[in-house]
Write a protein that binds this ligand. Structure first.
Ligand code: 8DG
Ligand code: MG
Ligand code: MG
Length: 147
């Protein structure tokens, strides 16, 4: 109807792992403005999660990724926004195809900059849903890599 609610959308966020670090950018978007978040975006029609992860990371940072794997999914309702948003977010992990490749700020209207942050020394504030995951003890690193 004319007053129907907007539909939930699907997002894909990527833990791009390098040693003990993860790539984060400070958001320049209405949702989560100024908070540090993973690269990612909306799933496009017909895409696999892996394709969406590779595409969004490439569009936002110029980086090429490989070993793209599914980690988990969260159900995020941003009900306090002027325009409430409901996102089902697929979390992937990946590594750099070329370990020497450097992130570029390709969407400066959406992000203040990308950098690597040690998992044991994450910046603040983290993006809400991401902070919830971290606080709950979620660990994106492969088990064999833990130290
Ligand atoms: P697009 O137009 O390029 O497709 O999308 P985008 O502008 O890059 O979207 P985004 O805001 O970066 O990501 C889509 C939604 O995913 C975002 O509004 C909320 C949700 N989301 C989370 N956690 C995270 C996260 O850690 N990183 C990113 N990028 N999005 C996240 O709930
Ligand atoms: Mg994005
Ligand atoms: Mg994007």
């Amino acid at each position: 109807s004319k007053f129907a609610s907007p539909s939930p959308k699907v997002g894909v966020a990527v833990f791009l792992l390098k040693g003990n670090s993860v790539l984060l950018g400070r958001r320049r978007s209405s949702i989560g403005h100024n908070t540090f978040a993973l690269p990612g975006g909306h799933l496009e029609f017909g895409e696999s999660f892996e394709q969406c992860a590779s595409r969004e990371v490439k569009e936002e940072t110029g980086l090429d990724i490989e070993q793209v794997e599914l980690l988990t999914v969260t159900n995020n309702v941003f009900s306090h926004e002027a325009k409430p948003v409901h996102m089902v977010v697929i979390f992937m992990r990946a590594v750099l195809a070329d370990p020497d490749q450097v992130p570029q700020l390709l969407e400066p209207e959406k992000c203040y900059g990308w950098d690597w942050y040690n998992w044991n020394n994450l910046p603040e504030p983290l993006f809400g849903p991401f902070e919830t995951m971290v606080r709950s003890g979620f660990d994106p690193f492969p088990a064999h890599q833990k130290q």
